[in-house]
Design a protein around this ligand. Structure first.
Ligand SMILES: [Zn+2]
Length: 366
């Protein structure tokens, strides 16, 4: 529980018009581990209410939503989570040469700072803008604030394109690969290994499965200028009874990371085909669809143009897929090296904060 007014938290309110590098540092210095975002949400809400014009603003738990309603031909969502992983003796933030160090500098308060700064300084955008600052991205998916907004305030996520300010090294990272897991089981007949000809060895039958995997030629596919590289890999193997028993069962778990031009059903059909004709049984245990980059959509294409074509495929699964599931092209685009996230020495190159701000300003004003 808290009984502070929005501005009771800090002596100096956030200054959205200040250089987004300074704004990043100010946001980083408000600790906001997941489930403890009330203070930062209060400050973001207060700053948006006082320092932007023409925005409709809504508070939902520890999420803050703001949007223009200028009747422009397209709408862009700028979304960022306000939470961080637990602090690792890396607050307050500190500058060192070209970098700002501290928890959340890369993931993703620099992205939040860029969005907040643009909201305050782009007064005549060419697209309507929806800002979504949300809570609990860094913990279990069921707590994710974006999921709550999707369920309770779905019209706030409607847009022609969604930009998530996650660290992407200044590249537009589009779409994401799907993932499918199958368990391939072989069965046989137990026997004493001294009279092995009386048995039927299930482990040996997996040899043919492994041969197909070693010989598998993974597809590399270009979609909307993004190169996706698929992978079909054994990730677990189980089998065996005892040191003197011909085993009657063995199982191999196989993970297929597939490009988003395949549906989950297509992916399963492909995997079945790879192992076709072998004396094994194949069962799907888990699947998550990928997301197409959707960069041919005009609003997304204009973003790619503004970024001088700095586009690459996204491999991991992110909140981008939530927008893709709503049929909205979505990309990750933010300052910071994704490999720096969650580290004790987390940092962001301040030049990237400036570069992403400049690109998005160009996009939102031309
Ligand atoms: Zn993040």
């Amino acid at each position: 529980m808290h009984d502070h007014g929005p501005l009771a938290w800090s002596v100096v309110p956030l200054d959205l018009s200040a250089d987004p590098i300074a704004l990043t540092a100010a946001l980083v210095d408000i600790p906001s581990e997941s489930r403890h975002e009330t203070r930062i949400a209060d400050e973001v809400e207060a700053a948006l209410r006082e320092q932007t014009a023409g925005y409709e603003i809504v508070r939902d738990g520890d999420a803050v939503l703001a949007r223009t309603n200028f009747g422009l031909p397209s709408r862009v969502v700028l979304a960022g989570h306000l939470d961080t992983v637990p602090v690792a003796d890396n607050l307050p933030s500190r500058f060192d040469g070209d970098h700002l160090f501290g928890c959340g500098t890369s993931d993703m308060k620099s992205g939040d700072a860029v969005f907040l700064h643009l909201a305050a300084t782009v007064t005549e955008p060419t697209h309507d803008i929806t800002l979504v600052f949300y809570d609990c991205e860094e913990i279990e998916a069921s707590a994710n604030g974006l999921g709550r907004i999707q369920a309770q305030l779905p019209d706030w996520l409607q847009a022609d394109v969604a930009i998530l300010g996650e660290p992407s090294g200044g590249y537009i990272e589009a779409g994401c690969q799907g993932t499918l897991r199958v368990v391939i089981t072989a069965s046989g007949t137990r026997a004493h290994s001294a009279r092995s000809w009386l048995g039927d060895n299930a482990i040996h039958k997996l040899g043919a499965v492994l041969d197909r995997l070693s010989g598998y030629d993974a597809r590399i596919v270009d979609i909307d200028g993004c190169t996706y590289r698929e992978g079909l890999s054994a990730v677990k193997i189980e089998g065996g009874v005892a040191g003197n028993v011909i085993p009657d069962a063995a199982a191999l778990t196989v993970n297929f990371r597939f490009a988003p031009d395949r549906s989950p059903d297509d992916a399963l059909a492909h995997v079945r085909q790879v192992f076709d004709g072998l004396d094994v049984h194949l069962e799907q245990t888990d699947v998550a669809a990928g997301a197409l980059p959707g960069l041919r959509n005009p609003a997304a294409a204009a973003l790619v143009a503004a970024a001088d074509g700095m586009v690459r495929a996204k491999y991991g699964w992110t909140d981008v897929a939530r927008f893709a599931a709503l049929g909205i092209p979505a990309v990750n685009y933010g300052p910071g090296d994704p490999n720096m996230a969650h580290r004790r020495d987390e940092r962001v190159a301040v030049a990237q904060i400036t570069a992403v701000t400049d690109t998005l300003r160009r996009y939102l004003t031309t």
